[in-house]
Design a protein around this ligand. Structure first.
Ligand SMILES: [Zn+2]
Length: 339
């Protein structure tokens, strides 16, 4: 991996221990502040940080290359992650949801989790795993159907606040915070206008999410916005086409872990999702061993699959055209039986 490319990490939230007690975000989105500092300290010593505001340098220099990204634009990115990143001179890129800035409980998974958690306290028990599975099932539905079901659960911020759910930690950055971080060197990209999963909405709506978010970010920051990340990491050939037409330079996935190599489609760059249990040992301290196992090795497995797929495509093209070295980018589910 040191020779071939960079690992792009996806973080969401960096929370203090007391914020962890209050949040409705699922564990897969959370890293504790002390863990994040421990990770940055280790990474600063052993790796090279990649600045996503510049074109990648593919020259190997013997160190593992790491890019740090955040999805959603939570306010803790400004209060928790940014000060640590500055301390360790780590460039970060944050993908914001342009029409959901400065909002409490901006996204339906937190609203749903908060509602279900509240219902559990009042009635029959619903454990964390149940809530997580329910949210994954809701992600599969068309957006309109999902809204209907969530509405039936009274999962709106107003209703939740009247139920007394503690929500103050679950809010997104304001434009003022975003502008301050931007002046401090943070790179901002789009994560759509309202965080719709783009494969579950009509094409015209997906296009609007992709285009108008970019326009708004550029207007507010008075700077180009050339990076995009797909909500929930979900993409299709059609959605990729819309992102290309909108003029984005790099777009990031978050489904199958992998490595960003020279051969990658610049609009389908794999990332590795990182949360607390990918980083800490049994005592809760940052562990290089766990990080290397849960993050770096996972990316390596993805890289092997990428290389195998590219190699197979190259052979196939050679058989078809007699021209070596030419290969088309293949789709996500085109892995066939090994031979
Ligand atoms: Zn997101």
């Amino acid at each position: 991996m040191r020779r071939r490319g960079a690992i792009v990490l996806t973080f969401h939230r960096v929370l203090t221990d007391s914020e962890v007690q209050q949040t409705a975000s699922l564990p897969g989105m959370i890293v504790r502040s002390s863990t994040f500092s421990g990770f940055l300290k280790y990474a600063a010593q052993t790796s090279e940080f990649v600045d996503l505001s510049r074109d990648p340098e593919w020259q190997p220099n013997g160190k593992l290359k790491l890019a740090i990204t955040f999805d959603d634009g939570w306010s803790d990115n400004a209060t928790g992650a940014y000060p640590s990143a500055r301390q360790y001179h780590a460039p970060i890129a944050i993908f914001i949801v342009a029409e959901k800035t400065g909002t409490t409980l901006p996204f339906w998974p937190e609203r749903t989790a908060a509602t279900m958690d509240r219902m559990a306290k009042d009635g029959p028990g619903r454990d964390a795993l149940y809530i997580e599975r329910a949210i994954e099932a809701l992600k599969e539905l068309p957006a309109s159907e999902r809204e209907l079901r969530i509405g039936q659960m009274a999962g709106t911020p107003g209703v939740l606040q009247s139920m007394g759910v503690a929500t103050s930690v679950d809010r997104t950055m304001t434009w003022q915070q975003i502008q301050e971080l931007h002046s401090g060197g943070v790179t901002f990209g789009s994560h759509t206008s309202t965080h719709e999963i783009l494969t579950t909405v009509p094409t015209a709506q997906a296009e609007k999410e992709i285009v108008s978010s970019r326009d708004l970010i550029q207007e507010k920051l008075k700077a180009p916005c050339s990076l995009f990340s797909y909500p929930n990491g979900d993409c299709s050939a059609q959605v990729r086409g819309l992102v290309a037409a909108a003029g984005y330079k790099f777009a990031f996935l978050n489904q199958d872990p992998g490595v960003w190599t020279r051969d990658c489609d610049p609009l389908l760059i794999p990332r590795v999702n990182v949360c607390e249990y990918h980083l800490v040992d049994a005592r809760g301290d940052f562990s290089p061993l766990i990080f290397n196992y849960a993050v770096v090795w996972n990316a390596a497995k993805g890289l092997l699959a990428q290389m195998w797929k590219a190699n197979r495509q190259r052979r196939k093209n050679k058989r078809q055209t007699g021209t070596p070295g030419l290969w088309k980018q293949s789709g996500k589910n085109q892995l066939e039986k090994p031979y």
